[in-house]
Design a protein around this ligand. Structure first.
Ligand code: MLT
Ligand code: ZN
Length: 480
């Protein structure tokens, strides 16, 4: 197993070590706002907030604070700002790029939003629901589905991923082919600025052209501009008729060919790919029986959903698709879940093998099979790759195991450069966090980065909000 990645170098001038007396003073002031039980200074209690879900990104916080509502978040931010304490906002801690955990300096306050988990009434007239940032996606699904509505974004970590975290990272997930990313499904936002003032764009009116789209700007800002406390979400109709099919194929090129045909179906909701290696890992760690008698080089998991049974139109299309070597179909919820598990359990199965180096990228679809075929050459034996992802968007999750610490940077650079050369994106849906900030220049121009820096300075002039995430630190850029 590889060791967790060491935190990036810290600028001693920016992050003075915290004197115990200062730490205690801030903790006391925060406790007066949120209550003693919600300021965690004991290392054992802080631990689960300081390491990410894969174990790769880990650090040490000054303390963890858990406010209960927007007013408490506002007072928390004001106190931290006055104390000069950097703040790392955190939701369900399911992020994969180190954007929600502290560095090793012990100076940052982890601001957990999990207690802001209220779910408002389903507003069927407006097709909206207002939610607290700390509510988990699965809680929202259980809340709205009985009313005949659904949220357009879904992902494998639905039980833990919070809506605030999904908004802050513009999470994509499995249904982007039909409903777009989180940004397309957020109508309005309430957020607290670093000085404690509250930015209220919660109304989320369908038509409202009064100035800059600050809601859109905060989606995907990774906690670097403001702390999202509530959101007004768009709802989509819950579709009662669903069919899932797992297709066995000879290659990823065949998967792209089948996808082109599938796109004609309005009911297409999900098109996820994985390969023989990944499936073998899932069968081993999740102890599942194989879906087919024999293994195939590539697999495509497809789901169609509609008001009327979409099984027939899917079957007709698949019969015409010469590339499909075998098919397993699920109609009942339990069968559909069983087929989906072959894809959804990739993440935990990779984690069970070791701490992965995770590179979430987009490549133009036409280049995807070649990109995956090029990986062994790019890696030159320095990693064991597993690839899977969301085919319709060309979103490849490159998971690398057994990477020696000295190889992490060259391997990351080789893969991300290849992505940039192909006209792709170095972050498809996980964000930049602190894992990729030093590579931002690969797919963002100097002008682009300068504009982003100006936006950051306008919101957070002292760089207190998630200071290590997204934008490279000045000395990281200087060292390039
Ligand atoms: C997924 O699609 O399963 C998630 O993005 C998580 C991952 O990449 O491991
Ligand atoms: Zn994904």
């Amino acid at each position: 197993m590889s060791e967790p990645q060491s935190p990036p170098p810290l600028d001693p001038e920016m992050f003075d070590p915290v004197e115990p007396a200062d730490r205690d003073r801030l903790a006391r002031h925060l406790a007066a706002v949120v209550g003693d039980a919600h300021v965690l200074t004991d290392p054992a209690l802080r631990a689960s907030y300081e390491t990410d879900f894969t174990g790769r990104h880990t650090g040490r916080s000054r303390l963890v604070v858990r406010p209960a509502d927007t007013a408490q978040v506002a007072r928390t931010l004001r106190l931290c700002r006055d104390a000069g304490a950097p703040i790392v906002p955190q939701g369900g801690n399911t992020g994969l790029v180190g954007g929600g955990v502290p560095t090793g300096a012990g100076t940052e306050v982890v601001l957990s939003l999990r207690r802001l988990n209220a779910l408002g009434p389903v507003d069927a007239d407006a097709r909206r629901v207002t939610v607290g940032a700390g509510a988990a996606l699965a809680e929202l699904q259980r809340h709205v589905r009985p009313h005949g509505w659904d949220f357009g974004v879904d992902l494998a970590s639905r039980d833990s991923a919070t809506l605030g975290g999904m908004i802050a990272t513009n999470a994509g997930g499995e249904r982007v082919v039909r409903h777009g990313t989180t940004r397309a499904n957020v109508a309005g936002i309430e957020a607290v600025l670093v000085d404690g003032s509250v930015l209220d764009r919660l109304a989320g009116l369908p038509k409202d052209n009064t100035g800059y789209d600050l809601t859109g700007l905060l989606v995907g800002s990774e906690g670097t501009l403001a702390v999202i406390t509530r959101a007004r979400l768009r709802l989509v109709p819950e579709l009662p008729e669903r069919v899932t099919a797992l297709l066995a194929l000879d290659s990823l090129a065949a998967a792209v060919g089948v996808l082109t045909a599938l796109r004609r179906l309005e009911s297409l909701e999900l098109a996820e790919f994985f390969t023989a290696d990944g499936l073998a890992l899932v069968l081993k760690h999740a102890r599942l029986p194989g879906p087919f008698r024999t293994a195939y080089p590539a697999y495509l998991l497809v789901e169609c959903a509609a008001r009327h049974d979409p099984a027939e139109e899917l079957a007709v299309l698949l019969e015409e698709a010469a590339e499909v070597r075998d098919v397993a179909v699920g109609r009942q919820a339990s069968d559909r879940r069983r087929l989906a598990a072959y894809r959804e359990r990739h993440t935990e199965s990779v984690n069970a093998e070791g701490i992965p180096l995770k590179l979430d990228v987009t490549v133009p679809l036409a280049d995807l099979p070649r990109f995956v075929a090029d990986l062994p050459g790019l890696l030159a034996g320095r990693a064991r790759p597993y690839v899977f992802g969301h085919l319709a968007e060309g979103n490849v999750h490159v998971n690398l195991l057994d990477v020696a610490p000295d190889d992490e940077e060259p391997v990351t650079e080789a893969v991300l450069r290849r992505v940039a050369e192909a006209g792709g994106s170095i972050s498809a849906e996980h964000g930049i966090g602190r894992a990729k900030s030093r590579y931002l220049h690969l797919t963002r121009s100097a002008t682009d980065i300068a504009v982003m820096r100006s936006v950051k300075a306008a919101f957070d002039p002292d760089r207190l909000l998630n200071p290590h995430a997204l934008l490279p630190l000045p000395w990281e850029e200087a060292g390039r």
